[in-house]
Design a protein around this ligand. Structure first.
Ligand code: SME
Length: 153
């Protein structure tokens, strides 16, 4: 883990310990990640709809608004990650047929599930305007972030 990611984990820990609401904390985490990591161009949370447990609902995000505010499990990269219950990295969205486009600028996407008591409670979704930008360090970092966030979702 590089020093930027290590210092961001400390900042996220502090945000999680603050007395802000869940949505304020998630929004602050989105803003922090988008601002500090050059290849993160859109950062947002999708939370599992508690009524159906089969749909993702858009939560706090940093970046341009998206039309994809509800995504069924299995649909798009977000829905596939929810169904598989694992991190899904697409380094070139042009080669992904099951994809929901938010912007023609997006070239790559990483989606990391958030687990609560073994069940998927939500996801952290990141779009990049760069090609093949995501490394194993991104995965390791974002999986740690999602493990930390599980306490508040
Ligand atoms: N591209 C996603 C949809 C969400 S947006 O990236 C914000 C997908 O294919 O699931």
């Amino acid at each position: 883990m590089n020093s930027l990611f290590a210092s961001l984990l400390q900042k996220i820990e502090k945000l999680l310990l603050s007395h802000s609401s869940k949505n304020e904390t998630l929004a602050a985490i989105c803003t922090l990640l988008k601002k500090q990591i050059p290849h993160y161009d859109w950062v947002g949370f999708y939370l599992v709809d508690e009524k159906t447990s089969r749909e993702l609902v858009l939560g706090p995000f940093a970046g341009k608004p998206t039309e994809h505010t509800r995504i069924p499990f299995g649909k798009g990269i977000c829905g596939q990650a929810a169904e598989r219950k694992e991190t899904f990295i697409v380094q070139d969205v042009a080669h992904e047929t099951n994809y929901l486009s938010c912007s023609p600028d997006v070239k790559a996407e990483i989606v990391v599930p958030i687990f609560k008591a073994g069940a998927i409670a939500g996801e952290l979704d990141i779009d990049s305007h760069r090609s093949s930008p995501f490394t194993e360090t991104d995965r390791e970092f974002l999986e740690k972030v999602c493990a930390m966030i599980a306490v508040i979702v």
